[in-house]
Design a protein. Structure first.
Lengths: 389, 121
């Protein structure tokens, strides 16, 4: 099990481990089958104050680091991918507020409220009409003497109907170009969601991510003071890639765990004879180690760069964080597929304790959430001018 | 450090339509060199930056990102500037801030061409 060094985590990893094993895992198949929100896991995470772990202690939060959050995502990912993904996405939103808005009067009180209420924040960054480019918006903020309104056609808002607030991107003004964006916090009582599609997908079914038309009216102090360009490059993008790959590492770890258990059971049946697939197990364990090393190295890279705004908006850093996502999204499918070969029909069956179907379906989502082709194109463009490796 | 150093939205909106900075009172050769450089930067912007307004009407301090410069166009702008001024931007300059305003671009190019004539004319 990947245990990362914990600093100020007040036993958060142990709590995540318990919640994962005792609460999320028993519900994971039902969450997946019914494509329903993992309510029991989030009740437990709230009860243990896990939704506020990234909030600094001065606001009443847990004061954890991204390293801690990464380890927790990996732990939860071993038990229920949907729980881990929703937890991860919430922490991305918290990180954006903590790192880019904590000095504003509204957001400092919001952070305290968040730590106290254990509110869940969703994200509405994608939009119909921008072709999947989150750095481009069609909708805009309309400001009427400090009261602002927004109408956005979002193709997906993960757990939108279960969230207490939504962070949405929009053009700064109706006259702004598509790339001049801001991030605005909309509370449940300030917004209306009209569902425009369902969420019947291959994997990550419990994230409940249908499309919506979002309309909201709030006040201008709900706009994060930093531009979205800075928030995106310095925090949203690197943190997203770190927490996502961390939970994919959890999925891969769970798959290898099943393969390992299967081989052991086989070995016990025929003592003295090494099972044929044990060589495959040795191979997949080495790949898992490579994936874990990449995640941990990238987390360290982020932690050592995040306070240097210049370096954190640089191309090298962006390429490095993109590569983390590109590599791990492929590795997770590869590792779960290898585990399937090891477990054979027992892995293929839906009703066996070695079943890998759900893990494989979830793993295929990794390359699609921010499509790898888009990220490769972006890296290819940056490599035209970037000089360092 | 955590907060953006970019100007407020009103400042951005107001500064975009202004014309070139007033350069009176500075030594003549220097002024001419600077003006030539800024003209060349504007030509490159016109060619590659795909801004949503007339490049001649953008002040040197206006936020180019607020004028529609995207990350993708920034790469083309860099390549265009590298070709126009026969230089290479080192990795430390591959930052959003370097290309945020015409003035920032001018400063970076001045630094890179220090001791040399300012590019080909």
């Amino acid at each position: 099990m990947p245990i990362t060094v914990m600093n100020r985590s007040f036993g958060a990893l142990e709590k995540a481990q318990r919640i994962g094993l005792e609460i999320a895992a028993p519900a994971a198949d039902a969450v997946d089958r019914d494509a329903r929100f993992p309510t029991e896991a989030f009740d437990a995470l709230r009860a243990e104050r896990m939704l506020g772990i990234l909030i600094p202690t001065e606001f009443g939060g847990g004061g954890c680091s991204i390293t801690d959050v990464s380890a927790i995502c990996t732990t939860l990912g071993q038990y229920c991918s949907a729980t881990a993904m929703i937890f991860a996405m919430h922490q991305i939103q918290v990180a954006c507020i903590v790192r880019h808005a904590r000095e504003s009067r509204f957001f400092s009180s919001y952070l305290a409220e968040l730590a106290d209420n254990q509110s869940l924040i969703a994200s509405a960054t994608s939009e119909i009409g921008v072709g999947g480019d989150v750095r481009s918006s069609v909708c805009s903020i309309e400001n009427h003497d400090g009261s602002i309104s927004l109408r956005k056609q979002a193709p997906v808002i993960s757990y939108g109907e279960h969230a207490d607030s939504i962070l949405a991107t929009a053009r700064r003004t109706p006259d702004s170009p598509p790339s001049d964006q801001v991030l605005v916090l909309l509370r449940r009582d300030e917004l209306k969601l009209e569902r425009t599609s369902g969420w019947d997908t291959l994997g990550f079914r419990g994230t409940c991510s249908p499309g919506f038309v979002l309309t909201a009216t709030t006040t201008e102090d709900h706009i994060l003071p930093a531009t979205f360009a800075d928030i995106s490059s310095q925090t949203m993008l690197p943190v997203s890639h770190i927490v996502w790959t961390s939970l994919w590492l959890g999925i891969a770890t769970a798959a290898v765990g099943r393969a390992r258990a299967y081989i052991r059971a086989e070995a016990r049946k025929n003592p003295g004879k090494t099972p044929a697939a044990s060589v495959r197990l040795a191979e997949v364990v080495s790949r898992l180690q490579g994936m874990r090393a990449l995640v941990n190295d990238s987390v360290r890279g982020y932690e050592s760069t995040m306070d240097d705004a210049d370096a954190a908006s640089g191309m090298n850093f962006a390429i490095r964080m993109n590569n983390l996502k590109l590599s791990c999204s492929t590795m997770v499918v590869d590792i779960v597929s290898q585990a399937m070969l090891i477990c054979g029909m027992s892995g293929y069956r839906m009703d066996s304790k070695f079943s890998l179907g759900r893990l494989l379906r979830d793993a295929y989502g990794a390359a699609l959430m921010i499509n790898n082709d888009r990220i490769y194109s972006s890296n290819a463009a940056m490599l035209l001018v970037s000089k360092d490796d | 450090m955590l907060l953006s150093s970019r100007p407020e939205s009103d400042a951005v909106r107001n500064s975009c339509p202004k014309t070139s900075a007033d350069t009176a009172g500075v030594e003549l050769d220097f002024v001419q060199g600077e003006t030539r450089m800024v003209d060349k930067i504007r030509d490159t912007l016109r060619q590659y930056a795909r801004l949503n307004r007339d490049v001649s009407a953008i002040s040197e301090d206006a936020d180019l990102y607020a004028c529609g410069l995207t990350s993708h166009a920034t790469v083309n702008l860099m390549l265009g500037l590298e070709d126009a001024f026969q230089l290479e931007f080192p990795e430390r300059m591959l930052r959003r801030r370097t290309f945020e305003t015409i003035a920032n671009i001018r400063e970076s190019i001045t630094e890179l061409t220090a001791g040399q004539p300012t590019g080909r004319s």
